[in-house]
Design a protein around this ligand. Structure first.
Ligand code: PEP
Ligand code: MG
Length: 916
């Protein structure tokens, strides 16, 4: 028995998307659920792979005979015959892989037409205009997809006929005009390919199947898979769906449209979509005519609208997910042509998740799992801050929410190029096509002058979460001249514009943006997430504004406060510099005494904002020369100051001489010296001291040098000041009734001895502060694990440390011996591109190496101190798959930057659910 390459919609397994592709599987599912779908069958993705793997690109031997068998069934089912001159069966040949890749692969409609079958269609429908319309569409689509004829050649001919006929819209063309179009199109194909258009329907079908298979390896599809990280595991090859054609362009009783069961821009529970009377599917998506909103159908075709609403309800209750579906009405009969899970922006995903769970359509867990944590990033997108005096210069449809500014660029290639150069770009097009996808990736937002909310531009932008204004009809784009005319304005490539995808407005110049607000739906969803997650989510925050934002995002404490960031404030830097260049312990202590109250205030602020949550404060980590100016900078400054000193001395000599010479005259001219040379000498001396210090502190490899606890042990007074500031701040908060939980964390530890020494200072100062303030302060003492040896010695370190926090930025650097400063813009991209490393280990936790060390350290640490609190505070703490790993190895918490907190909360919930 030969392998089964083909399944009919009534037999295929609707759950097997890998084999049948998403579209094919869903068509099987719909057919078997009793929803009206045009009959058809699906060729498997396995057939596609077999074809692509064959050196000579031959179809698997038994494939076409299986296709023919299924065609016979289709003929029985429809009462029409493929290739028949009397009652011809026409087919649509549509791609569809396991994951939806909208518009990335090819589809051919109306297949089976030739001069003979056209006659049959004329007899069967008695509608000449319709028949020629279908024929010209077929020649163009087949010509483009299967024979590689550029669209532009067809468009030129089409425009010529429209001009001759004196019409603007294609619906205004008569049957004769369209027949002329067909003749010209056949000629275009012949001229371009050097061969006549293939008239044999079976030959057409075979070519079309191969073309769809080939589109899996087309540039668009490959780019898309790379961008969205679609691996062969997730989708491999495309299926081909062969479906009996139904016609939305038969008459004014026919229509075609696309719908979403809920609004994909806002998530609101209302049907959303567009339709066109007397049109075929691609007209809606391609934006050739501007379609009507689906609500208009309630008046125009009330019975069918009711049927459409029934279809919508059935789709949602069957798939338990918002559906993006296509439909066609052929002479009053409604068919569902396809359905798939709707791609929505994050706002809509969150709202639909909450509402569907509350409606009982899905469980809370399903509500959480249907949102990829990283998509929440979109909710942090800024909105436009529009002042009253700013008026839009054009408006279109609000197709994908959010605001964006950038320079106008009129074609995708240039958008890609300029985006790569680091420019912010808005892609402005008449309409977009799937081949523009690389331009989307490079742009901040998309603006089109044609098409509706379901046009290609709108759908793709929404999926990517990029702002899009579509169908701004007042804009006339001239790609060749690289400009657009908007009323009295001319926008040339490079001019800055702003678009508001939430309102559809277009502005000249840059409009300021404001941060997004947390919606109550998101708050609800994340509260469900917190209820199932085991990992706590903390924030990395150093200053009060960061802490407040982190709290707003739901942080359960601060997992890392990098105290050096507090030192960098311009008002403090001079004191910090005094501390560094001090030659004696006493001088250093003087500077530290000035820093102590400042740090104490910092900590008091943080504790108060975060109360009663824990705040983990890390003592100074970077090498101290980082607070001093660069050597060359100092040399240049000293040079300038020395020159100035000479001049000042000259001025002083001049001033003294003038005073001497004119002492007996009536007039006493005075020469003012601009500054006191003595003062200058003091400045130069200070700069020279700094220069000497910079030179003495210089290290060949500072990241592996005198930093962290090593620095703390060399200058005990620095750490002592910080420890005192933390404990005194805690004491003052407690006195004010603020519930504080400070944690002192030591960086760069590699041996228990280091911890032991610092812990002695902490113990002494703790006692001191407690007796001074006469109260008890709960403060825990912990260690970062960011050095390989620290992981290996976790068992010993845990004797001193009450908690551990993995600093995976340094731990990754140390494990790979890759400099974290340099690797990412030197060799890492090449490593990733050539699959030497799958991911950037500074972004995605290297589970196999760094993760192994972490797993062991958790095990060993808890062997000494059962139940020990262990967290992570490197960048990986906000990365979803890394968070999943942190859950698996039993960490207590993850800590990440404030805006990533919502992502981490959802990822923590996913991890807990997946682990069940
Ligand atoms: C780390 O190394 O992961 C860490 C959090 O510390 P930093 O990035 O400040 O070195
Ligand atoms: Mg570190």
């Amino acid at each position: 028995m030969s392998k089964t390459w083909v399944y009919s919609f009534s037999d295929g397994n609707g759950k097997d998307k890998k084999l049948l592709g998403g579209k094919g599987a869903n068509l099987c599912e719909l057919t078997q659920t009793g929803i009206r779908v045009p009959p058809g069958f699906v060729i498997t993705t396995e057939a596609c792979l077999a074809y692509l793997e064959d050196e000579k690109h031959r179809l698997p031997p038994s494939l076409m005979s299986q296709v023919t068998d299924h065609l016979r069934l289709l003929e029985l089912n429809t009462g029409k015959k493929f290739g028949d001159a009397l009652k011809p069966l026409l087919l649509s040949v549509r791609s569809g892989s396991a994951l939806s890749m909208p518009g990335m692969m090819d589809t051919i409609l109306n297949l089976g037409l030739n001069p003979d079958t056209l006659k049959g269609l004329l007899v069967a429908t008695d509608n000449e205009r319709f028949c020629y319309d279908v024929y010209r569409r077929f020649i163009q689509l087949f010509g483009k997809v299967a024979l590689g004829v550029p669209d532009a050649l067809f468009d030129e001919e089409f425009e010529k006929v429209k001009e001759r006929a004196g019409v603007k819209q294609d619906v205004e063309l008569s049957a004769w005009d369209l027949s002329d179009v067909c003749t010209s199109f056949l000629q275009v194909v012949k001229q371009f390919t050097g061969k006549p258009f293939p008239h044999d329907p079976y030959e057409q079908l075979e070519i079309a199947i191969k073309a769809v298979f080939n589109s899996w390896m087309g540039k668009r599809a490959i780019d898309y898979r790379r961008e969205f990280k679609i691996t062969p595991d997730m989708a491999n090859g495309t299926a081909v769906n062969i479906v009996a054609m139904v016609f939305g362009n038969m008459s004014n009783k026919s229509a075609t449209g696309v719908g979403f069961t809920r609004d994909p821009g806002t998530g609101e529970n209302v049907i959303f979509g567009e339709y066109l009377v007397n049109a075929q599917g691609e007209d809606v998506v391609a934006g050739i005519r501007t379609p009507k909103p689906i609500a208009a159908m309630a008046h125009e075709m009330p019975d069918l609208f009711r049927e459409l609403m029934e279809l919508r309800n059935k789709l949602e209750s069957h798939f338990k997910e918002v559906q993006d579906f296509e439909f066609t009405i052929e002479e009053g009969i409604l068919y569902c042509l396809q359905t798939r899970n709707g791609k929505m922006n994050a706002t809509a995903m969150v709202r639909t998740s909450v509402e569907m769970a509350e409606e009982g359509l899905i469980t809370k867990e399903q509500a959480l799992l249907r949102i990829k944590p990283e998509t929440l990033e979109q909710l942090l997108f800024p909105r436009l801050n529009i002042s009253d005096d700013v008026a839009p210069i054009a408006s279109g449809l609000p197709a994908s929410p959010g605001g964006a500014s950038g320079i106008a660029v009129f074609d995708a290639d240039r958008a890609e190029k300029m985006g790569r150069e680091g420019l912010k770009v808005i892609l402005v097009r008449e309409e977009t096509k799937p081949e523009d996808i690389h331009g989307f990736f490079a742009s901040q937002g998309i603006l089109t002058s044609r098409g509706g909310k379901t046009s290609h531009a709108a759908v793709v932008a929404r999926g990517m979460g990029k702002p899009c204004v579509a169908g701004a009809e007042g804009i006339h784009v001239d790609v060749r001249l690289r400009h657009a005319l908007i009323g009295k304005y001319q926008i040339t490539e490079g001019d800055v514009i702003t678009i508001d995808g939430s309102t559809g407005a277009v502005y000249l110049g840059e409009v300021p943006l404001i941060d997004a607000e947390f919606s109550s739906d998101l708050a609800t969803l994340l509260s469900w997430a917190d209820a199932v997650a085991r990992l706590k989510v903390m924030a990395n925050a150093d200053i009060p504004s960061d802490a407040k934002r982190a709290l707003k995002f739901g942080a359960m404490g601060i997992g890392l406060c990098r105290t050096e960031r507090m030192f960098n404030d311009p008002s403090r830097l001079p004191i910090v510099i005094d501390m560094i260049i001090a030659d004696t312990k006493e001088d250093r202590q003087k500077a530290l005494d000035r820093l102590l109250p400042i740090q104490r205030e910092d900590f008091k602020n943080l504790f108060t904002i975060m109360a009663p949550c824990p705040v983990t404060i890390r003592l100074l980590d970077p090498p101290i020369h980082e607070f001093l100016p660069q050597e060359q900078h100092l040399i240049d400054e000293i040079d300038i100051l020395r020159n100035l000193r000479k001049n000042l001395r000259g001025m002083k000599v001049l001033s003294e001489n003038v005073a001497f010479m004119f002492q007996h005259d009536d007039v006493h001219p005075i020469v003012q010296t601009p500054a006191d040379p003595e003062l200058l000498d003091a400045v130069i001396l200070k700069k020279e001291t700094m220069l000497n210090k910079v030179r003495s502190l210089h290290e060949v490899n500072p990241m592996l040098g005198h930093r962290g606890v090593r620095l703390g042990l060399t200058f005990p007074e620095i750490y002592s000041m910080q420890i005192r500031a933390i404990l005194e701040a805690a004491a003052e908060c407690l006195k004010n009734g603020v519930d504080v939980h400070p944690e002192i964390m030591i960086p760069q530890v590699c041996t228990a001895q280091e911890l032991k020494r610092v812990k002695e200072w902490v113990t002494d100062i703790h006692k001191d502060v407690e007796s001074a303030y006469r109260l008890t302060i709960n403060c825990s003492f912990g260690s970062m694990l960011e050095v390989v040896r620290a992981c290996m010695r976790a068992e010993n370190l845990a004797e001193e440390a009450e908690f551990f926090s993995f600093g995976t930025n340094d731990l990754t650097q140390a494990t790979f011996s890759f400099s974290r400063e340099d690797a990412e813009n030197k060799f890492l991209p090449m490593y990733n591109m050539n699959h030497i490393l799958q991911d950037n280990p500074f972004e995605v936790l290297d589970v196999k190496g760094v993760g192994k060390l972490m797993e062991l350290a958790v095990l060993w640490g808890r062997a000494t101190r059962p139940g020990m609190k262990v967290g992570i505070c490197g960048e990986h703490g906000g990365h979803p798959s890394s968070i999943e790993f942190c859950h698996q190895i039993g960490l207590t918490y993850v800590s990440c930057s404030g805006p990533r907190v919502p992502i981490a909360r959802l990822a923590a919930a996913h991890a807990a659910i997946h682990a069940r």
